[in-house]
Design a protein around this ligand. Structure first.
Ligand code: KG4
Length: 338
């Protein structure tokens, strides 16, 4: 029996989870409301909040799992990429936990963990997992990538954003409309009441599988600026249609490249991961493409879309099986690819 404690602290969520033989036993996440009034994550405040949250969160995760700390086989932690101060809290905690219990530590790449979230089993008979090789669209506040997943530890980024991430496009455009932070979920909610064909925004023309969202952000901004000159209530009056049209543009950009990759590589096993995978229109597009192009799709449970430790624990589980352990002098890294 292999029992992994996972720790995630790369950005503004402190999370701990317990996975036993690939099956989820608990996944506790403490968010940080402290950033809301700043319109974005403040790194120094994030690391302080992680320090306050980490022990109670681990305590709750063990309690909910009904597992004693002495039963843990190894502690897996996010080494990067992320905010350095935040990562330091999780890494230091993992070192202390590993030393105190004399168990191994396992370092996990945050981006790979988002992909491997698809392998978390809800119970031991859960067989709903992607087959290798598959394509994974990883879309979050900091990343927009198409990943060719050949195995648990063999992944290749075949497309990535050359500027903003999809989540950033949602958030920045939402901010211009005065919708608060993070704006992605608000845009999603308002878009349900709007007409997605009302406004047309520019789409990038890039070769290959790379993305670009900064042009869309600029065209959205200039469009609003011109309309507001004619009518100062323009945003208020057309909020729902603006959100629906913006969301449709972002989803179309994401899906066009994914379809191209799927057709070029002849891979119909397609997954989505990261915070933006909570978006209802993106989820519908996956279902539509599954019907239209015969894709076998994998959409994560909402709990595994945003940052969480369950995905760190499952990544740690596969590394444990491969005897891939970290040394105690391991340091977090802010930037790294898969
Ligand atoms: O993966 P994630 O939790 O962490 C970071 O990368 O920081 O992703 C957060 C991003 C934010 O940009 C947020 O606006 C976006 O995911 N997001 C959404 C939705 N839920 C979260 N974007 C669009 N629609 C949603 N329903």
């Amino acid at each position: 029996m292999i029992t992994i404690l996972g720790i995630e602290s790369s950005c503004d969520d402190t999370s701990a989870a317990v996975i036993r033989d690939g099956v989820i036993l608990s996944n506790v996440i403490a968010g940080q409301a402290v950033h809301e009034r700043y319109g974005g994550v403040v790194p120094e405040l994030a690391s302080r909040a992680h320090q306050q949250n980490i022990i109670p969160v681990v305590h709750d995760a063990l309690k909910q799992a009904g597992v004693l700390k002495e039963e843990i086989s190894a502690v897996a932690f996010t080494r990067g990429p992320g905010l350095l101060g935040s990562l330091l809290v999780g890494t230091s905690f993992a070192k202390g936990f590993s030393s105190a219990l004399n168990i191994p530590m396992i370092e996990v790449n945050h981006l790979q963990a988002h992909v491997l979230a698809h392998f978390i089993k809800e119970d031991k008979d859960d067989l709903n997992q992607p087959a290798f090789p598959f394509l994974c669209l990883l879309v979050s506040g900091g990343n927009s990538q198409i990943i060719l997943v050949k195995n648990y530890d063999n992944m290749e980024i075949i497309g990535k954003t050359i500027d903003d991430a999809a989540g950033e496009a949602f958030d920045k455009c939402a901010k211009v409309m005065g919708l608060g932070y993070p704006g992605g979920p608000v845009v999603d909610r308002l878009a349900k009441m709007g007409n997605s064909d009302k406004y047309i925004f520019s789409k990038p023309r890039l070769e290959g599988y790379d993305y670009s969202f900064s042009g869309l952000k600029t065209s959205f901004l200039y469009f609003l600026r011109d309309e507001l000159k004619q009518d100062s209530d323009f945003i208020e009056k057309n909020k729902n249609d603006l959100c629906a049209s913006l969301q449709k543009t972002i989803v179309d950009i994401l899906m066009d490249k994914l379809l191209k990759a799927s057709e070029d590589l002849g891979i119909k096993e397609v997954a989505v991961a990261g915070g933006v995978s909570a978006n209802s229109s993106l989820r519908s597009a996956f279902e539509e493409y599954s019907f239209k192009y015969g894709w076998r799709i994998h959409i994560p449970k909402f709990a595994y879309t945003t940052d969480n430790a369950a995905m760190v624990a499952i990544s740690g589980y596969y590394k444990y099986l491969d005897n891939e352990f970290a040394n105690h002098d391991v340091a977090p890294y802010a930037r790294v690819l898969i």
